[in-house]
Design a protein around this ligand. Structure first.
Ligand SMILES: Cc1cc2nc3c(=O)[nH]c(=O)nc-3n(C[C@H](O)[C@H](O)[C@H](O)COP(=O)(O)O)c2cc1C
Length: 364
């Protein structure tokens, strides 16, 4: 094995990761009432602590940032107490864990929001498709365009969430600027038609992300903060007129920030299309680059060997294989993921995916 392979150590910020395998952020809709993490969530993350780094499921920075039933929050003391058990468990196992900070914006529904308020967005553009509510699927509504003072209020919610994350014992935070949620709605021109300083050109479209980042950096050192971007993911009714140029600009701007890492979901979750040159984006970025989307062991090893990335985030493979590291190291087959149990439910399809050592013991 060359020095730089999936199983080699790497330093990000002040953390020495034991390997370059990252558990990608995955919403599992299994928090309790009040958006509070519970015991089965502790077990789920503990099981996966052999990853070099875990990035938690997206966690809303305020009650108004929610977009789905059963997702955890990171804005009050009860939630901090719930998360603390998770960070303790992961640290006990020798792992590291960042929390993904989230504000859904237009990907929500009045049924889910405080006082049944209308979801907000940079511009009043209704997404195609349906929201998941407690009563099932309902058509998305037209969101209300945010006023400038409301944007500032949301920025301060990110700062509060960053403080709560620190209190809960996380090693760092990932700003979720991907997948069609509020920050991404500002970044991409298909959802941002504002004519004020938050829209109109790429510098203005990046202003909200920059302000969120600056608020978070008042709480965390820059090398404990990561950012996730999705230049061409069409998930959540997203589009952009020139992702290569626009994201090249955003990424270049981030160079000055000395972040822990830049995390890209490459391509489109909704199709095999890949119209962006990710090597060019990777080369535009000076720091640690984390690649994601459809990687398996072979692809990940090749990408790391070619210096196409420094870290690889695995989503579904980690969901279904708590011992993914062991399986990849020993070239063992993977458990198959069950999509029926992805979003919500109990321990089934959550903490009951077998470890390979258990399987071997059972068949011996
Ligand atoms: C069940 C599920 C939940 C997800 N939730 C999130 C999330 O909360 N935040 C996020 O940025 N991406 C989320 N994603 C996307 C994954 O992080 C990842 O980008 C995607 O699964 C592709 O990687 P993979 O091919 O390794 O699975 C989710 C994906 C799945 C399957």
């Amino acid at each position: 094995m060359s020095a730089k392979d999936l199983f080699s150590a790497v330093t990000i910020g002040n953390l020495k990761l034991k390997n370059r395998m990252v558990m990608a952020p995955m919403t599992r809709n299994r928090a309790t009432e009040g958006a509070i993490p519970q015991a089965m969530n502790v077990e789920y993350y503990r099981q996966r602590a052999s990853a070099g780094l875990i990035i938690t499921e997206a966690s809303q920075v305020s009650a108004a940032g929610v977009g789905y039933p059963g997702t955890p929050g990171i804005y009050n003391e009860q939630q901090v107490a719930g998360w603390q058990k998770i960070t303790d468990a992961v640290h006990e196992e020798g792992g590291h864990i960042y929390i993904q900070l989230w504000y859904c914006g237009r990907i929500s529904h009045p049924d889910l929001l405080p006082d049944n308020q209308t979801p907000v967005a940079p511009s009043a553009i209704r997404p195609e498709g349906e929201a998941i509510t407690y009563e099932g699927m309902k058509a998305f509504v037209e969101p209300r365009a945010l006023e400038i003072n409301e944007i500032q209020e949301i920025v301060s919610q990110y700062k509060n969430a960053a403080q709560m994350a620190k209190q809960a014992g996380f090693d760092g935070v990932e700003i979720h600027a991907a997948n069609g949620y509020l920050i991404d709605q500002f970044l991409r021109d298909g959802t941002n038609t504002r004519s004020d300083e938050y829209g109109g050109n790429k510098k203005n479209r990046m202003r909200f992300l920059n302000q969120v980042l600056e608020a978070v950096l008042e709480v965390w050192p820059s090398n404990s903060v990561g950012i996730r971007l999705t230049p061409e993911n069409s998930f959540n009714s997203m589009s952009d007129s020139d992702p290569q140029a626009h994201f090249n600009y955003f990424i270049t701007q981030l160079n000055t920030r000395n972040l822990a890492y830049l995390h890209l979901l490459e391509g489109d979750m909704m199709s095999a299309a890949r119209n962006v040159d990710y090597r060019a984006l990777r080369d535009a970025y000076d720091g640690i680059y984390m690649a994601n989307n459809g990687y398996d062991k072979t692809r990940a090893q090749t990408a790391i060997a070619n210096a196409d990335c420094d870290l690889v985030a695995f989503g579904i493979p980690y969901l279904a294989n708590p011992d993914l590291l062991y399986r990849y190291q020993n070239d063992q087959a993977l458990n198959e993921a069950d999509p029926v149990t992805f979003y919500g439910g109990d321990e089934a399809g959550y903490t009951d995916y077998p470890f390979i050592k258990e399987e071997i013991a059972e068949t011996a």
